[in-house]
Write a protein that binds this ligand. Structure first.
Ligand SMILES: Nc1ncnc2c1ncn2[C@@H]1O[C@H](COP(=O)(O)OP(=O)(O)OP(=O)(O)O)[C@@H](O)[C@H]1O
Length: 302
């Protein structure tokens, strides 16, 4: 696999406070990585270490096969776009002046301004922008030079519905063209619409890295079923020690896909007819909670 970024054994302290501990993960080229974890887990710190904003006490970061050092970080500027915390923008310049300041070609800036719906205020000074308008300008500046890697820390913060949709669309379209993204967000329902892979971090440690699909299928799963005799079906499956409940005329059965044949056989043997069945893998929020809980258990029992 062609990894655009490799983070290896990264550790970072603020004074005596250990904030990152042996953080290692790989970012395959063209993927959209969701960096997920509770407040204070270390997501922004990882991003800032990658961008050379923070020094680190231990570890290596490799970008496009080159080890990043204080010297090389500056030369990576155009290859990495970033929005980290509050956008780096100048209040007394207009949005448009920012594009000119960064030497962005007219065609590129028009494309991004249009995609993010910024035409109406792009010639106003940034002092007159709302938080969400500034956020969009920051995202536009991160994306506009067609960087190989884009790092976005909470890009959906403060955005209204239309702006969220616009940002989602622009990330997906850039990703389809091969741009790699690392995105953090607490809005997991939105994040799972754009990411391909999840890196879960807690207390400065990596809990897991998995493709989103594998994560959804990894843990607790549920089948919803409707039969011609729901109460009998619940009783029968309960007798076979399956975790089953009946709500709103639907059976919820907590099983993995490979147990399904067994469940169907039990019902069919009792001449119960199945009229509807659907599989519900975990959403990102449920999966995150489950894996954080498991990790907590390990820490507590260590
Ligand atoms: N400049 C700093 N000086 C001292 N401590 C810091 C600094 N920046 C971050 N920290 C600490 O490092 C830890 C990780 O912070 P970080 O901002 O990376 O977390 P995060 O996962 O991005 O959290 P959030 O989701 O709340 O943004 C926290 O305990 C925080 O207090």
């Amino acid at each position: 696999m062609n990894d655009i970024l490799v983070v290896s054994n990264l550790s970072k302290n603020f004074g005596k406070h250990k904030v990152l501990e042996n953080v290692s993960f790989k970012v395959p080229r063209g993927k959209v990585i969701g960096l997920v974890g509770p407040n204070g887990a270390g997501k922004s710190t990882i991003m800032k270490c990658i961008l050379g904003i923070y020094p680190y006490s231990q570890g290596d970061i490799w970008f496009e096969g080159r080890k990043m050092t204080a010297q090389t970080t500056g030369t990576m500027g155009k290859k990495i776009g970033a929005l980290v915390e509050s956008p780096a923008i100048y209040p007394f310049l207009t949005g448009m002046k920012h594009f000119k300041l960064y030497g962005i070609k007219p065609a590129d800036r028009q494309r991004v301004i249009h995609l993010l719906g910024m035409e109406n205020y792009i010639n106003q000074k940034v002092t007159q922008y709302s938080f969400g308008m500034k956020q969009k300008l920051g995202i536009a500046l991160a994306l506009v030079n067609n960087p190989d890697l884009v790092i976005l820390d909470e890009p959906m913060n403060g955005l209204d519905l239309m702006s969220t949709l616009a940002v989602r669309k622009i990330i997906l379209s850039q990703a389809a063209k091969g741009t790699t993204f690392i995105v953090s967000s607490h809005i997991l329902s939105e994040l799972e619409k754009i990411i391909t892979d999840v890196v879960l971090i807690d207390h400065g440690k990596i809990i897991l890295q998995k493709p989103l699909q594998a994560l959804r299928e990894a843990g607790h799963q549920c089948f919803t079923m409707v039969t011609n005799r729901n109460s009998d079906a619940r009783q029968l499956l309960g007798n076979h020690h399956f975790d089953v409940s009946l709500t709103n005329d639907q059976l919820q059965i907590q099983i993995s896909p490979n147990q399904l044949t067994n469940v169907l056989q039990i019902l069919l043997d009792d001449h119960i007819t199945i009229t509807n069945i659907s599989h519900q893998g975990m959403d990102l929020e449920t999966a995150t909670l489950q894996f954080l809980k498991q990790a907590e258990g390990v820490v507590n029992h260590a």
